[in-house]
Design a protein around this ligand. Structure first.
Ligand code: SF4
Length: 358
């Protein structure tokens, strides 16, 4: 339905206001919000505690998920990758984005009992990190709030399992789509809906200084992760061009501000790239950079992308890197590889590995 109001674009107060303008009392907006996020309604017809007239009106004026499931791929390790088709723009151009459902724990029967959902915020990415598949194709567009939120709803409906954690680490730089992503996070956080607490949503940025500063002031209800990948300015600029205009020393200052204001550690993501940032001197530089910074480090083995000239270090080198950091008293975690066989792992999200839209 063209020009329909996208309900997943609306925070609860906005939905209450909108339905008020359409003539409904205040509680109806909250009732609809419950149907969207607590009861996972797939249509207005299912919202049985609304009057028949209102349900009919909503069917003509409003819409639920703007996403169409294009492809669903399941990994041997239980990870599921969803390829969503976005609505066409004014020129009739469509775009595809991916989200990933990652099993984090299993029950006695070996079935996944706890999931992390990984969301995308842009179709493509302007940051062009050298090791990442998402930055390769031309940037297409920002996702709307509804398109970000609907990824969660779609995955929850498909898997039948609520999530314990959400990470905004899929396609795109979330802070480059500041307003839409912020609003989506507030919707996911709302206690009347999915009720995901600050520690259960993590947003990852490549380090846009101005935006991080604004993020701290606006008090997004999420935790912060920064894709660091090197504490050496020359190496970081080579693999992350954004470092040239957003230098490491200023980034560190801002992260300290965040930890001070929020009283939370910042997570530093560090993808280990063979012969690029995996040497003992790289670990030393990282440790020095983290001195006096309330942080934990997530080490990630590089997940190969066939078209990119990077490789993962040997397991021996990965473990030695971790031990070197631990020996300096740092909190270090080595992230388990998930979804590599379906190109769903960190740095692999992109369009090369997926069929084209017909
Ligand atoms: S790593 Fe993140 S910020 Fe860098 S190109 Fe990929 S999606 Fe963009």
């Amino acid at each position: 339905m063209e020009n329909a109001v996208q309900f997943y674009d609306y925070t609860r107060p906005e939905l209450v206001r909108l339905l008020g303008e359409w003539g409904s009392p205040r509680h109806v907006g909250t009732q609809v919000f419950h149907w969207l996020y607590r009861k996972h309604a797939r249509s207005f017809g299912e919202m049985t505690d609304l009057s028949r007239e209102l349900r009919g009106e909503l069917e003509t004026k409003a819409a639920l998920s703007p996403l169409k499931l294009h492809t669903r791929q399941a990994s041997q390790d239980g990870t599921v990758k969803y390829l969503w088709q976005l609505p066409s723009d004014a020129k009739g151009q469509s775009a595809l984005v991916e989200s990933v459902l990652i099993p984090m724990a299993r029950d006695e029967e070996g079935e996944p009992s706890r999931y992390t959902a990984c969301l995308s915020t842009q179709a493509g990415c302007r940051m062009k990190c050298a090791f990442c598949a998402t930055g390769v194709p031309k940037f297409q567009r920002n996702l709307t709030t509804a398109e970000i939120v609907a990824q969660i709803i779609g995955m929850e409906q498909d898997s039948g399992t609520p999530f314990n954690n959400v990470v905004v680490m899929g396609m795109g730089e979330p802070m480059d789509n500041y307003e839409n992503t912020q609003k989506a996070m507030r919707i996911l956080h709302d206690p009347e809906g999915l009720n995901l607490g600050r520690r259960r949503i993590t947003i990852s940025t490549s380090g846009l200084l101005e935006h991080i500063d604004r993020f701290i002031k606006d008090d997004w209800p999420v935790s912060l992760a920064v894709s660091l990948h090197s504490a050496d300015p020359e190496i970081r600029s080579r693999i992350m061009p954004i470092n040239r205009s957003n230098p490491l020393d200023k980034l560190r200052k801002l992260m300290r501000k965040y930890t001070f204001v929020r009283r939370l550690p910042v997570t530093l993501e560090y993808i280990l790239l063979k012969d690029v940032n995996d040497r003992p001197e790289d670990a030393d530089k990282l440790a020095a950079y983290c001195k006096d910074l309330l942080c934990k480090v997530n080490l990630i083995r590089y997940n190969p992308v066939p078209t990119l000239p990077f490789d993962s270090p040997t397991e021996e080198k990965v473990l030695a890197f971790r031990e070197q950091l631990k020996a300096k008293g740092m909190r270090v975690f080595l992230r388990e590889r998930k979804g590599v066989d379906i190109a769903a792992a960190c740095g692999q999200l992109g369009f090369e590995n997926t069929p084209a839209v017909k």
